[in-house]
Design a protein around this ligand. Structure first.
Ligand code: HBI
Ligand code: FE
Length: 284
């Protein structure tokens, strides 16, 4: 059954990926034999460049878990990673042809199935690709799924997403995803570090997010976060900071419905806005 592809954000571009081969839940087989030598070489070069940037910028938990991805010189087989991931935190990777609609996405996360786009950017997109590709998903998202507390947070996020979707609050919850799982910062002994996949898989934003004086950095507050619109195709103007994955997991325990009401009555904020209750985080 062919499924409708989705377009990410406001882009008019047709989505990438061949959705005809996806099943009703949007998952497909990872066609590992279809990767060209150029594809594997692109992955190897991205992996090599990104790992050299991590010290002092990526959080300890990510650096510790990264070797669990396995192959560094070619695109890994998702089934090989699953042999390690399933016993570690109960998660498994499933291939998808690209971005999928909100509800199937939340449903996969709620069931500890992480959707990994199975195509890779072309060599001339080496520095930037608009939609998440296999490098963004594997390198950015998968290592922290080996961390039990973070893995539980992502599953709880998916379950919350299903409720949010049914309340028409999917966009509000996607802001929480954006400002934590994609672009979150964490304070650890040595100072600020990145834990968000969008930062960890980006050659430019990793240093920018942790060291630049330009963006705002404020302590994660759920209401503030869900009020804040995000930018898809530029470095973030604001980063939300946590002190631990336990804190992130505990924050998302209560029911979110009252939060959605509060967001609706207080209204949205742009990523450039500052409000009095912002608790700004300085370096160190
Ligand atoms: N689909 N494959 C894929 N990967 C994502 O990260 C993703 C998605 N669909 C929707 C989405 N993310 C966000 O809108 C979530 O916040 C819901
Ligand atoms: Fe992502």
């Amino acid at each position: 059954m062919a499924v409708e592809p989705v377009v990410y954000g406001a882009s008019e571009r047709p989505p990438r990926g061949d959705y005809a081969r996806a099943q009703a839940d949007y998952t497909c087989a990872q066609n590992w034999a279809a990767y060209s030598d150029a594809d594997h070489d692109t992955y190897r070069r991205l992996y090599e460049r990104q790992t050299a940037l991590l010290p002092g910028l990526a959080c300890d938990a990510f650096i510790e878990a990264l070797p669990s991805l396995g192959a560094r010189d070619r695109i890994p087989r998702f089934e090989d990673i699953n042999k390690r991931l399933k016993p570690a935190t109960g998660w498994e990777l499933v291939a998808v042809p690209g971005l999928i609609p909100e509800r199937p996405f939340f449903d996969l996360l709620a069931n500890r199935r992480f959707p990994v786009t199975d195509w890779i950017r072309t060599p001339d997109e080496f520095d930037y690709v608009v939609e998440p590709d296999v490098f963004h998903d594997l390198f950015g998202h998968v290592p922290l799924l080996f961390n039990p507390v973070f893995a539980d947070y992502v599953q709880r996020y998916g379950a919350g997403g299903l409720k949010a979707h049914d309340l028409g609050a999917g966009e509000l919850l996607s802001r929480l995803y954006w400002y934590t799982i994609e672009f979150g910062l964490i304070r650890q002994a040595g100072g600020l570090r990145a834990y968000g996949a969008g930062i960890l898989s980006s050659s430019g934003e990793l240093r920018h997010s942790v060291t630049s004086l330009q963006p705002k950095r404020i302590a994660l507050d759920l209401l503030r976060c869900m009020r804040t619109r995000y930018k898809i195709d530029d470095y973030q103007a604001i980063y939300f900071v946590i002190d631990s994955f336990d804190q992130l997991f505990d924050m998302t325990a209560p029911d979110f419905a009252p939060l959605y009401e509060a967001v609706r009555s207080l209204g949205d904020l742009s990523a450039d806005d500052t409000i009095a209750s912002d608790s700004s985080i300085t370096f160190g």
